[in-house]
Structures are given as structure tokens and as C-alpha cells.
Design a protein around this ligand. Structure first.
Ligand code: PRP
Ligand code: URA
Length: 212
């Protein structure tokens, strides 16, 4: 497979095993939801691996010492509605004090363009690491629109995490936002005529919420 600059594929066996179960058309809605949550937790571990540390004084039962802690303000997880919600709890499991932004986007079925219907973010995005979450990066339209909107709201340090990506979407997002690194559990062959990732896992929102 060709390489993508700024893209990290999380090839941990647990992630890969769970992704295979997600792809399986026989996986129930309940299990699909659990797997998305579990994969999100594992991806969160990877996307936060190089967060900057500072040190502070801590008093143990035996003595006072200097010990590391994460520098700066609390992280922001930005969930792209609606499928991003499936990943949010899994991310918050590891970083429970993170702030949360929501951005509502749907793909217009005709043009496939991302249409915004909701936005709510914490203040002070400019001073925080923002991690955008959405299980699927297909054409990249939703991710590009979300990142652009968050930048308009002041975000300057953005990362993007998804479960499955298409090469077309990676090129589109990295082309427009080369400052935004991406983490994904897999890069598939490409898109079909309807903009679905192949082989993929189907419509993540519908499978998460049992809407089709
Ligand atoms: C899905 C998915 C992404 C988007 C990816 O959402 O969760 O947000 O498609 O496709 P793209 O890269 O071509 O934009 P969808 O628009 O189906 O909305 P939903 O989450 O509300 O189901
Ligand atoms: N959105 C999904 O949920 N699945 C795809 O394959 C493409 C976009």
C-alpha cells in the first residue's frame, strides 16, 4: 500500500481484530456499538502518545518529588454528528476531563457535499489541542468541512481520528489541511460510485444506531 504523509495507521492486533468484527455484516447493532467504543479508546491512546508533558511537585507518602503531567489546557474532542458520537465515550474513557465540541454534518445524497446543521464548541479553542473524531473518512468532505469550521472558531492545533479511511479522503484532507495529522485503524481500497468505502463496513451511523 502507498504511504500517506501525516497519516498513522494503528496496526495494533486488538484494533485490527476489532475492526474485522466491525466489518462483518453479521455483527449486531449492540456489538457494533461496543466495538466502535473499544476501538476509539485504543485509538485515543495512540493519538495522545506524544502530548507534551510538564512536571510538577508531588508528595508521596514517603517524600516530595517532581513527576510528569500533561501540559496546557484540557483537550477538546470534537465529534462529527452523528457517527462521531459512537467514538466519543471511548475517547472520554481515557481523558475524562476533556471538553467536547459537536459539529453536525450530513452528506447531501445528491452532491455528497457536507451540510452543517449544528455547531457548539467550548470557548478558547485556540489554546487547546482539538481532536476531531468520526469513524469514517470517505470523500473527506465532512472532515474538511469540520476542520475548516473549527479553524474559523479559532482552533489552531487539530488532529483527526477515524476508524476507516479511503485514499481519496486522506488525499483530500491532507491536501487542504496539511497541518492536521490523521490516525486511522485502516486504509481501504477506495470509494464506490456512491462514495462508500470498499470493502468498508457500510454506513457507520446506521450500523451504530440501527436505523437501516
Ligand atoms: C458519515 C460518516 C462521516 C461521513 C464520511 O456520516 O460518519 O461523517 O459519512 O463521508 P465523507 O468523507 O464522504 O464526508 P453521514 O454523512 O452518513 O452522516 P451520519 O453520521 O449522520 O450518519
Ligand atoms: N460514510 C459511512 O458511514 N460509510 C462509508 O463507507 C462512507 C461514508
Amino acid at each position: 500500500m502507498r504511504g500517506f504523509t501525516g497519516v498513522t495507521v494503528v496496526d495494533h492486533p486488538l484494533v485490527q481484530h476489532k475492526l474485522t468484527r466491525l466489518r462483518d455484516v453479521g455483527t449486531s447493532t449492540k456489538t457494533f456499538r461496543e466495538l466502535v467504543r473499544e476501538i476509539a479508546t485504543l485509538l485515543c491512546y495512540e493519538v495522545t502518545r506524544d502530548l507534551v508533558l510538564t512536571s510538577r511537585e508531588v508528595t508521596t507518602p514517603l517524600e516530595t518529588t517532581m513527576a510528569p503531567e500533561i501540559a496546557g489546557k484540557k483537550l477538546v474532542f470534537a465529534s462529527i454528528l452523528r457517527a462521531g458520537e459512537g467514538m466519543l465515550d471511548g475517547m472520554l474513557t481515557l481523558v475524562p476531563s476533556a471538553r467536547v465540541a459537536h459539529i453536525g454534518l450530513y452528506r447531501d445524497p445528491g452532491t455528497r457535499a457536507a451540510v452543517e446543521y449544528y455547531l457548539k464548541t467550548p470557548d478558547t479553542l485556540a489554546e487547546r489541542q482539538v481532536i476531531v473524531v468520526d469513524p469514517m473518512l470517505a470523500t473527506g468532505g465532512s472532515a474538511r468541512a469540520a476542520i475548516e469550521r473549527l479553524k474559523e472558531e479559532g482552533a489552531r492545533d487539530i488532529r483527526f481520528v477515524c476508524i476507516l479511511a479511503a485514499p481519496e479522503g486522506l488525499d483530500a484532507v491532507r491536501g487542504e489541511h496539511p497541518d492536521v495529522p490523521i490516525w486511522t485503524a485502516g486504509i481501504d481500497r477506495g470509494l464506490d460510485d456512491h462514495g462508500y468505502i470498499r470493502p468498508g463496513l457500510g454506513d457507520a451511523g446506521d450500523r451504530l444506531y440501527g436505523t437501516r
